[in-house]
Ligand binder design. Structure first.
Ligand SMILES: Nc1ncnc2c1ncn2[C@@H]1O[C@H](COP(=O)(O)OP(=O)(O)O)[C@@H](O)[C@H]1O
Ligand SMILES: [Mg+2]
Length: 192
């Protein structure tokens, strides 16, 4: 399939992220390795791990993996980073306790699924690799927020030693210096 680059949306230390369109005009996200990056196996690593995650319904759906050109094309998730969501003004004013509780519970559920296949994501601790999507009702009112875990580049398969739940609980509740944990504890009236 041929993809046309529309715009760059991110530039990591090892990769570029583009919004692309296929020949039918449908949008996807393309993640490719940066020329200077020493990581020459992005497509192999990320592609393989994302496919595994997809097999249990987790992560943006893989559309294409190109080993030769070293890129992965996946579903475009229209959402904001968990980190930005928690730090937003909306989080203080509009978002309800139950929406926050359900969002975290759904992340927990997806991580338990990853645990079942021994897939450790390894980079969940700062909240930038989870996108939060708004779910609307018929009247276009936001009814809930749904998480999609992204960036499986550093994921590993480790039997019974995944960091998934530990990283989530630290980020959301226990991290003594973490701004996310502080705001979630306040929102949910938790004392730990
Ligand atoms: N499937 C996707 N849909 C929408 N945005 C994405 C998607 N994948 C990545 N992004 C955006 O690009 C950023 C960087 O992607 P990521 O896979 O985390 O690469 P990096 O290795 O640079 O952290 C993400 O924080 C997100 O904003
Ligand atoms: Mg990332």
């Amino acid at each position: 399939m041929k993809y046309t680059k529309i715009k760059q949306i991110a530039k990591g230390w090892s990769s570029y992220i583009w919004i692309v369109k296929n020949n039918k005009g449908k949008e996807f996200v393309l993640k490719e390795v940066r020329e200077k990056s020493p990581r020459k196996d992005l497509a192999k690593r990320e592609g393989k791990m994302l496919l595994l995650a997809n097999s249990i319904g987790v992560g943006p759906k893989v559309k294409e993996i190109n080993f030769e050109k070293n890129f992965v094309v996946m579903e475009y998730i229209k959402g904001e980073k968990f980190f930005d969501f928690i730090l937003s003004e909306r989080f203080d004013n509009e978002i309800t306790q139950i929406q926050v509780y359900n969002l975290i519970k759904e992340i927990y559920r997806q991580l338990l699924l990853l645990d079942k296949i021994n897939l450790s994501h390894n980079q969940l601790q700062i909240g930038k690799n989870i996108l939060v999507k708004k779910i609307f009702d018929k009247e276009k009112k936001v009814v809930k927020y749904f998480p999609i875990i992204i960036d499986f580049e550093k994921a590993t398969i480790k039997e019974n030693h995944t960091k998934n739940i530990g990283q989530l609980l630290a980020m959301c509740f226990y991290n003594p210096n973490g701004v996310i944990a502080k705001r979630i504890r306040e929102k949910l009236n938790l004392t730990i």
